[in-house]
Design a binder for this molecule. Structure first.
Ligand SMILES: [Ca+2]
Ligand SMILES: [Ca+2]
Ligand SMILES: [Ca+2]
Length: 156
C-alpha cells in the first residue's frame, strides 16, 4: 500500500480521504436521508394508499401529514358519479410546489398545477370506480424536496 501510494499520489489522497471520512462522525446526507411519511410505500399507482374510507378527512387526522420525497399515490373508490374536490395544503416556494393529477382507467382525467400554496382540484367524476391521485413536484416531478403537505378528498 505504502509503496503503491508513493508511485501513485492519487491513491495516497484517496487513502487519506477514506481515513478522514471514517474518523468523522458526521456522515454525508445520503447516509441519513430524511424520513418519509406513514403512507409509504406509495411510489407507483399499484401501491396507492387507499383513502376510500377517509372522505373529507385530512391526512393529518389519519396517520399524520405527508412528505413529498418521491412519487406519492393515493386512491379512493366511489359508488356513483359526483363532483370531486381534492385539497392539498402546503407552503409554496420555488422548490416546494406540489401539483396534482387524477387518473382513471389508466389515463389522466384532470390535473391541477397552480403556482401558489395549496393546490385545489375540482372535477367531475364520470362513473363509479377507483380513482388515483398522483402528488408531484411542479419542477422536479417525482424527485421530491421534502415538502410537507396535508391532503383530503371529498364529493361536493
Ligand atoms: Ca411520501
Ligand atoms: Ca412515495
Ligand atoms: Ca402547484
Amino acid at each position: 500500500m505504502a509503496l503503491q501510494a508513493k508511485k501513485n499520489p492519487q491513491l495516497l489522497v484517496l487513502a487519506l480521504l477514506c481515513i478522514f471520512t471514517a474518523m468523522s462522525c458526521e456522515y454525508p446526507d445520503y447516509f441519513n436521508p430524511p424520513q418519509d411519511d406513514n403512507y409509504e410505500d406509495n411510489d407507483i399507482l399499484a401501491q396507492a394508499f387507499d383513502l376510500s374510507s377517509h372522505t373529507n378527512i385530512y391526512l393529518s387526522e389519519i396517520q399524520g401529514k405527508a412528505i413529498h420525497l418521491d412519487a406519492d399515490w393515493y386512491c379512493f373508490t366511489i359508488e356513483s358519479t359526483g363532483n370531486l374536490r381534492i385539497s392539498c395544503l402546503f407552503n409554496f416556494d420555488y422548490d416546494n410546489d406540489l401539483d396534482l393529477a387524477l387518473y382513471y382507467n389508466g389515463s389522466i382525467l384532470a390535473n391541477s398545477e397552480d403556482n401558489t400554496s395549496d393546490e385545489i382540484m375540482e372535477t367531475s367524476l364520470p362513473e363509479a370506480g377507483i380513482y388515483y391521485i398522483h402528488v408531484y413536484n411542479g419542477i422536479d416531478g417525482d424527485k421530491g424536496q421534502g415538502t410537507i403537505y396535508d391532503l383530503k378528498w371529498e364529493i361536493l
